[in-house]
Design a protein around this ligand. Structure first.
Ligand code: PGA
Length: 234
């Protein structure tokens, strides 16, 4: 109706996003706010386990997360790819662009996310299905800490491409050419089934489903997913 044309005058939206999704969620919020300046936000950033708890509590309107929870009755809509990549410092011997067999990863030390992270779950499941395990010497509860450690040469990491767009552009990290990677995941907009969404939540849902894919096409993510550029002589 008219209200939709003019934008919503007011409303408060409670969002919970997985820590990995925070790398693009704030940009989307900014774009949404320009169209709907009357809507205010409460944003909580936590890992997958934390997001699932919030959905259970029914303490928020919408969640952005990886694979939707199987044990809960939710409505989940995929809206954007979430490829997981293996990263290394540019000086790492495996960072020369040559193909790397999956088993080879078992000989490397990894800096892994904490238990309860969706990224960590996905990697472990993928490797388990192939009878493999990573040596996670180091465990860290933030993507930033993992990126810093990998840059410093402490080990390899597996992260969502969304977290490393800038570092790849600046040449501070490399994506390794590992068999079976990138792992193909997606981002989902999730809420409890049967939950009545407020007008603000409905507007945000519509916005994400219509606009997020365009956001994915931005130069930073395009650069991050472009084929490996191996410098001459490397
Ligand atoms: P996380 O991200 O690793 O920050 O929990 C959520 C997910 O990828 O499922």
């Amino acid at each position: 109706g008219l209200e939709a044309l003019r934008g919503l005058n007011s409303g408060r939206l409670r969002l919970t996003v997985a820590s990995t999704a925070n790398y693009f969620a704030t940009d989307l919020l900014a774009n949404f706010s320009r169209r709907q300046p009357g809507i205010t936000f409460q944003l909580e950033v936590t890992n997958r386990e934390g997001v699932i708890r919030r959905i259970q509590d029914n303490e928020m309107d919408l969640a952005i997360m990886g694979k939707p929870p199987e044990a809960l009755d939710v409505a989940a809509e995929a809206f954007m790819p979430n490829p997981l990549v293996v990263i290394a410092s540019p000086e790492h011997p495996l960072a020369d662009g040559a193909p790397i067999p999956l088993e080879r990863l078992q000989d490397e030390l990894f800096v892994l996310r904490e238990k309860g992270s969706g990224t960590r779950n996905a990697v472990e499941r993928f490797l388990e299905q192939r009878g493999l395990r990573l040596h996670g010497g180091l465990e860290m509860s933030s993507n930033e800490a993992i990126k810093q450690s990998v840059q410093a040469g402490l080990g390899l990491g597996v992260v969502s491409i969304h977290t490393v767009a800038l570092e790849l552009e600046l040449g501070r990290l490399r994506v390794l050419n590992v068999e079976g990677f990138p792992l193909e995941r997606h981002w989902y907009l999730v809420h409890r089934s049967g939950k009545r969404l407020s007008p603000a939540a409905q507007a945000f849902r519509r916005f994400i489903l219509d606009e997020a894919d365009a956001h994915w096409q931005t130069p930073a993510s395009a650069a991050a997913t472009a084929p490996l550029q191996v410098p001459a002589g490397a």
